[in-house]
Design a protein around this ligand. Sequence first.
Ligand code: E4P
Length: 216
Amino acid sequence: MKFFLDTANIDEIRAANEMGMVDGVTTNPSLIAKEGREFHEVIREIAGLIEGPISAEVIGLDTGSMVKEARVLAAIHANVVIKVPMTVDGLKAVRILAGEGIRTNVTLIFSPLQALMAAKAGAAYVSPFVGRLDDLSQEGLSLVEQVLRIYQNYDYQTEIIVASVRHPLHVLEAALMGAHIATIPFSVLKRFADHPMTEKGIAAFLADWKKANETT
Ligand code: E4P
């Protein structure tokens, strides 16, 4: 399973990259705004740090604006993937951009038919938002399961990025289903490595080692 980091924060990307955990990065307008820096500059800096797809989202709502913004973003680096919202105009933009060899990530996916449409339009990736569905008492991960089945049934090459991840179980369940990618906030990713029994085991090993070396 590929791990993308769901952040626009350079320090977090650097730290996760040092752990070998960054196969790509996803950003969105909220994450970029949080950094208080110029959008294109942030994307350029991320592209210089990691090897792998970097999602940069368009702001425009009509096809023409989306395509225009996408071309500028795609020119920053070959790894830039254009995040396009799941709307009719967005689908039209995906189709045009696919024709130009520009990869897209259709975002704000909340239903399996939206994901099917995105794949048909030529999206390289789709982002189902599991956490935001859970917030509405709807099973976010069921959406991932359905999209996976549909893509397998018809052999679509579009990859699923499990997005809006809130806790480690989202990633575990998605990995068991065979989802291609999870995009994970750094605060959640860090928690995967921890286990109290690992810490207890290390402490016991070190204590035994110290005792043996004191007596010899
Ligand atoms: C990533 O592609 C999404 O924009 C992100 O995962 C959304 O996460 P949120 O629902 O926690 O804002």
